[in-house]
Design a protein around this ligand. Structure first.
Ligand SMILES: Cc1cc2nc3c(=O)[nH]c(=O)nc-3n(C[C@H](O)[C@H](O)[C@H](O)COP(=O)(O)OP(=O)(O)OC[C@H]3O[C@@H](n4cnc5c(N)ncnc54)[C@H](O)[C@@H]3O)c2cc1C
Length: 337
């Protein structure tokens, strides 16, 4: 029988270390657990929130009125293919970084740039987590799980997941609870090392291996990002804005050093950290219990005992300043619940 708990503080289940209580809370370790949880919400007409590692959410100070299901469905299976590929089937509750580490130990290429990203494989498949030129969608074959409306199994192929920059079908449609993620890795070296910082770190290595990239990425992350085990944060609070290339041209006429990365359909992605540092002069900006991390201003940090309201109010101010100074409307990456 599934143990559904009441009034459980969500604070310790998020890397921000913030949040009120869940009305109901349950840990699901199997699909059977999920089906029982679905029956519970159906009988009480409750909303559902699926929690992974809690590393990209901001939980309201008032908590969550409904059932929070913490997905701890595990399992990692490497399946050798006849070609140079290996299929990797993961339970959605596995730690993404553990899965990356295991694939690197086997010298498989594909996931190494994602080293050090907190959270679960399921959460990464929802967020289309990415770093240093790689997104999980680049190696994702399919996502499977249960539809909480009817308990039926679903499998979405990569193309059906509607992936784009930190976005997917699952962000808009919360009824899909992911239980498995299938990835495809390569036995041959097939690395992405164009990111400047990464390239520099690997410059003196003659024959780069997946483990070299993992080590370099972890070093870069340690230099640039706060340690979420010690500091409350959800990583990048905002998305890097994607603007029309026409507007980008106008901006570089005024700010000639503004970097820009071409996207499809006449759009350009600009690094928000650069805008915050160089145009908005917000480097290391702090207000009360909230601040922008000194080494990476796109990251908001809980300086100690901040409430969700403190974070939201601070984020709103940043959004307003960026709009005033650049004309760009920035969007949060972190999901508020
Ligand atoms: C220090 C730090 C650094 C970070 N660096 C990066 C980075 O480099 N790149 C990057 O992309 N992100 C980064 N992040 C953000 C975060 O780690 C990722 O977005 C991560 O993939 C979220 O996974 P999670 O399991 O913690 O998801 P959660 O935060 O628990 O949930 C995120 C969303 O996914 C949904 N969800 C989770 N599991 C399931 C499931 N099984 N079924 C259905 N829905 C589910 C939730 O409902 C929610 O909508 C960073 C965060 C921190 C704290």
């Amino acid at each position: 029988m599934l143990k559904i708990q009441e009034n459980i503080s969500l604070k310790d289940f998020t890397t921000f270390q913030i949040g009120g209580k869940a009305q109901y809370f349950v840990v699901a370790k199997t699909e059977e657990d999920l089906r029982e949880a679905f029956a519970f919400i159906k009988s009480r007409k409750l909303p559902l929130f699926t929690l992974g590692g809690g590393s990209n959410i901001l939980v309201s100070d008032h908590g969550y009125n409904g059932l929070v299901i913490k997905n701890e469905i595990k399992g990692i299976k490497f399946i050798d293919q006849a070609n140079d590929k290996v299929i990797l089937e993961c339970g959605a509750g596995e730690s993404l970084d553990d899965v990356v580490a295991l694939s690197v130990i086997r010298n498989l290429s594909g996931l190494e740039n994602l080293s050090g990203i907190p959270g679960t494989v399921g959460g990464a498949a929802v967020q289309n987590a990415g770093a240093y030129g790689v997104e999980i969608k680049d190696h994702l074959v399919s996502v499977g799980g249960l539809n909480s409306d009817n308990g039926k199994r679903f499998i979405f192929e990569n193309i059906d997941c509607q992936y784009s920059y930190r976005d997917s079908l699952f962000k808009k449609n919360k009824k899909f609870v992911i239980t498995t993620v299938t990835l495809e890795l390569c036995k041959k070296p097939f690395f992405k090392t164009e990111y400047a910082g990464l390239k520099n770190k690997l410059a003196n290595i003659e024959k780069v291996q997946a483990s070299d990239i993992r080590k370099a990425v972890i070093q870069i992350r340690e230099d640039k990002l706060p340690d979420w085990r010690k500091v409350g944060t959800a990583g990048s609070f905002f998305k890097n804005p994607i603007i029309t290339s026409e507007y980008y041209e106008k901006l570089i006429a005024v700010f000639p050093n503004l970097p820009g990365f071409p996207e499809t359909k006449g759009k350009t992605k600009v690094p928000l950290a650069w805008l915050l540092d160089n145009i908005c002069n917000l480097k290391g900006h702090k207000e009360g219990k909230v601040g922008l991390y000194e080494k990476q201003p796109i990251v908001l940090v809980n300086l100690g005992q901040a409430s969700a309201k403190d974070i939201s109010d601070f984020a709103e101010k940043i959004i307003k300043i960026v709009k005033e100074k650049t004309g760009i409307e920035i969007m949060p990456e972190v999901e508020k619940i």
